[in-house]
Design a protein around this ligand. Sequence first.
Ligand SMILES: [Zn+2]
Length: 196
Amino acid sequence: MLQSLEELVDALSTLPTIGKKSAWRLALYLLERPEEESVHLANTIEKARKKITRCSVCFNYSEHNICDICSSIARDNTLICIVEKPSDLFSIEKSGRYRGMYHVLGGVLSPLNGITAEKLHITQLEKRIRESKPCEIIIALGGSSDSETTALYLGRLLKNQGIRISRLARGLPAGTELEYVDHITLTQALNERTDI
Ligand SMILES: [Zn+2]
């Protein structure tokens, strides 16, 4: 087999949901298309990787030191919604109903996999809360047991600071990642959030 083709298949099969068979199909598709298309794709990936960094406040993806949400005067900065990862933030943004700020944890606690509080953006969250004194923190994590543990941990950590702490209403399917929840269910879970 051609070595470079094999390498391309291997590289493509590292992508999520792309098995060896799909990787083959994609590799052959790319070879059949005009060369400029592959060059454009490679350049676009490279450009995005170079330009996109993390917001220094909320850790969302951003092309600037501070992201558009954190720097927007139209957003309610008394409200901070804690999410696991940027894709969850995008899901809530797509629902179009939430006008507060975010804080991306960068994962959820999972001691068995070595994910401890120090590995998440929790210290930064505490500092941010001390400095910006929000009125409410909404814990918007998914339905897995690790998410559950993380929500309880955060609830305990942040209580007694005179801030309302709430979490998404039950009713989200158990074990579901937030990013796969439909907009209506997500909006409902946000609107019917409960205090902890
Ligand atoms: Zn930000």
